[in-house]
Design a protein around this ligand. Structure first.
Ligand SMILES: Nc1ncnc2c1ncn2[C@@H]1O[C@H](COP(=O)(O)OP(=O)(O)OP(=O)(O)O)[C@@H](O)[C@H]1O
Ligand SMILES: [Mg+2]
Length: 308
């Protein structure tokens, strides 16, 4: 090899090493640590959900924080958090909840439950709604008790456990009921806001908006926020950057700079975050197994053909 060629090769090698070092430094500390572990452990880590914070999440969390600061009052404002399936509504609420749980003192006799999450029953009856709330609190009760007794119990335990936010996930299930059942559930929600005087959050698909359409009072009491699907813009590139630092790969993929990959990804997933995350996780596993150690468009495409 001539001296000139060998010098050029060594410059390229140094550049590659610098690039890899920069990449490794950009990874989350826990992600970097995993790189030292076995292939099996790296794969498990790659497939584990990591919460990525983006703009819309910050906006919703700020608003929820604000709601929780408002002292108890009648006609308390609430929030409807809606969006297509897989946009990350449930994950957002669970992560928000974790922040408050961490602030509770576990040594205290009566645990506090700052945020109570209740999944809306698929059969939306007001009786079932109250049962779900009591189940979520974790107190014994008789299913046969009348509604008033259950309402009183809910009120008592909410005070005792200092519940400051009540969330109903999958609220679009209300639409599964007859018109009469829907009306009753909405009036139960109104009843709870009046009695508990704390903010309520209704989470679900766009159908939540249809579900509350019939009740002007409910409509007025809730602000609305849509968790959107992703589109081609700088914010999406930032999301990809945040995702890449969670992938246990030894080489940089530069997902956020790979225009072809970005366009393909958005097309395949229709901008649904759950799908985007799923493809990248699978591609990451492939990159580990093949030794490629980075995600390319070709690799991502192979993942899809394997999935279908
Ligand atoms: N902020 C996020 N960071 C990383 N991954 C996320 C995020 N949000 C969602 N995901 C991914 O998307 C998956 C689905 O999210 P989630 O269950 O919160 O969606 P959803 O909007 O509640 O859907 P559905 O309407 O069907 O209940 C999660 O399990 C996770 O893999
Ligand atoms: Mg959900």
């Amino acid at each position: 090899m001539s001296k000139k060629v060998s010098k050029k090769t060594s410059i390229i090698k140094t550049e590659i090493n610098e690039e890899i070092e920069k990449h490794l430094n950009s990874l989350l500390p826990e992600t970097r640590e995993i790189l030292e572990k076995s292939e099996e452990e790296r794969i498990v880590y790659a497939l584990t959900d990591k919460f990525i914070v983006h703009n819309a999440i910050i906006q919703v969390m700020d608003y929820l924080n604000l709601l929780m600061k408002i002292p108890k009052k009648p006609r308390m404002k609430g929030l409807i958090l809606y969006g297509e399936s897989g946009t990350g509504k449930t994950m957002l609420i669970n992560e928000f909840c974790k922040k408050y749980e961490a602030k509770c003192k576990p040594e205290e006799e009566s645990d506090e439950i700052p945020i109570l999450i209740v999944e809306m029953p698929t059969e939306p009856k007001e009786r079932e709604l109250y049962d779900r709330v009591l189940d979520a609190i974790g107190v014994p009760f008789k299913k046969t008790d009348d509604l008033l007794t259950k309402e009183k119990m809910i009120s008592y335990y909410f005070d005792l456990l200092k519940v400051r936010l009540l969330v109903f996930d999958e609220f679009h299930n209300v639409l599964n009921g007859t018109t009469n059942q829907q009306k009753k559930v909405l009036s139960a929600i109104k009843g709870l806001t009046n009695k508990l005087q704390i903010p309520i959050v209704l989470v679900g698909t766009k159908d939540v908006l249809i579900a509350i359409e019939t009740d002007d009072e409910v409509k007025r009491r809730f602000d609305k926020f849509e968790l959107p699907v992703w589109q081609y813009n700088d914010e999406f590139k930032r999301l990809l950057r945040s995702l890449e630092v969670t992938l246990p790969l030894k080489k940089p993929s530069y997902l956020w700079k790979n225009e072809e990959l970005i366009i393909w990804l958005l097309e395949k997933t229709e901008g649904i975050l759950a799908e985007i995350v799923h493809i990248l996780k699978q591609a990451c596993v492939k990159a580990i197994q093949t030794g490629e150690e980075k995600i390319t468009l070709e690799l991502a495409k192979k993942t899809i053909s394997f999935l279908k």
